[in-house]
Design a protein around this ligand. Structure first.
Ligand code: ATP
Length: 359
């Protein structure tokens, strides 16, 4: 599947714009602030029905306007497919595929498989564990909808359990039996999520390490480790042993909602000890591994969006990325860069057809 044409109306800084794309490599070049990232975000919108960068939908409408429309024409196995994502202030967002409106936007997820690599990914390293769990859940649930439902059910039960703990504290009361109603459901659900995450990470970690080696030239060892309280004991036992603490703090302190991904370079946390280039390489490796994992499990090759990916990387790492991109693994790629000349030199090394789009 590849995107042939994109049409934007009142989307961020674009009033009305039409863009045609190559089936392989597309370079979006231009100075800062011209809208390169916004084009990538519009493509992301067509895949996920939302922005990667700004979750406040009204802020994606061009200043002073009332609505936006993003329309993409894709070619999928010699058939034409049109996806439209539109939003008008005060109404619900609409996603249409070949003229048919989705009841729920989540039904659309997976129709346009896509991986984005962007400087905003740094949040995965520097922000709290919820960012990393979201990434983990996002990759697993692309190929496993039952897992996604488990995670949603689990989150709902945890917030109900937390509300009950707060109620007990506010009313100086306690009823073990009503808490156990939640614990009985959370136990098996938590075990299932833990088992799925563990199995996923066992398959994913070696793919990630291989990608990092390929990008860095094998210079330094890195690790991506699944951390969970459930490695030590079943959730049912953890909920029992943590009860006094939970009552005191008025929330559930143990469970898979506390899981994390340990990210290390040469045995030390990459957040504190990785250089900017090493952190960037780590994140690109993470996303390339996600790409490889998705491609093996989904129909069709995902689109790859590379936002400002070459900045801060030395020439060896850039060359390694180029040779990775040269592999059969990838399909259509979008590259945004401020340096037209650098991009042109890079793209010439990639033996694929390409389009240069100056914004
Ligand atoms: N809702 C909006 N309405 C109008 N303009 C907007 C809106 N949201 C963002 N912009 C504008 O979009 C521009 C930023 O676009 P974008 O981030 O795509 O730039 P870029 O070409 O990727 O730049 P850089 O090279 O700095 O990464 C800014 O000028 C910003 O003011």
């Amino acid at each position: 599947m590849y995107l042939k044409r994109l049409s934007l109306l009142n989307y961020k800084n674009f009033e009305a714009r039409e863009l045609q794309f190559d089936a392989k490599i597309n370079c979006l070049v231009g100075p800062n602030g011209v809208g390169k990232t916004n084009v990538l975000d519009a493509i992301y919108h067509l895949a996920f029905g939302k922005s990667y960068f700004n979750p406040v939908t009204t802020q994606n409408i061009r200043h002073g306007e009332e609505y936006f429309v993003i329309e993409g024409s894709f070619e999928k196995e010699n058939r034409q497919e049109t996806i439209v994502c539109s939003f008008k202030k005060g109404t619900k967002k609409v996603v249409k595929r070949n003229g048919k409106i989705y009841d729920r936007i989540s039904e659309h997820i997976g129709q346009v498989p896509l991986v984005i690599v962007s400087p905003a990914d740094r949040d995965l390293i520097v922000e709290g564990s919820d960012t990393r769990r979201k990434f983990l859940d996002g990759v697993i649930s692309q190929a496993d909808k039952a897992y996604l439902q488990d995670v949603l059910d689990y989150q709902q039960l945890i917030s109900q359990r937390n509300a009950l703990l707060k109620y007990f504290a506010a009313n100086h009361t306690f009823d073990r039996a009503s808490l156990e109603v939640y614990d009985l459901q959370l136990g098996p659900l938590g075990q299932r999520i833990h088992a799925r995450r563990k199995a996923f990470m066992e398959a994913f970690s070696p793919i990630f390490s291989a990608q990092y080696r390929a990008i860095s030239g094998g210079d330094e060892p890195v690790s991506l480790r699944y951390e969970s309280q459930l490695h030590e004991a079943p959730l049912e036992d953890l909920l029992k042993s943590g009860l006094d603490k939970d009552r005191m703090l008025q929330y559930t302190t143990q469970g898979v909602h506390k899981d994390d991904l340990g990210m290390e370079i040469e045995g030390h946390p990459i957040k504190k000890f990785g250089s900017q280039g090493q952190q960037k390489s780590f994140l690109i490796a993470l996303k390339f591994a996600q790409f490889q994992f998705m491609k093996a499990r989904l129909e069709g090759t995902p689109l790859l969006l590379l936002d400002d990916v070459f900045d801060k990387l030395d020439e060896h790492r850039v060359a390694h990325i180029v040779s990775l991109v040269n592999q059969e693994l990838f399909g259509q790629i979008f590259i945004s860069d401020t340096h037209a000349e650098r991009t042109e030199n890079i793209v010439r090394e990639i033996h694929q057809t390409y389009a240069f789009i100056a914004l």
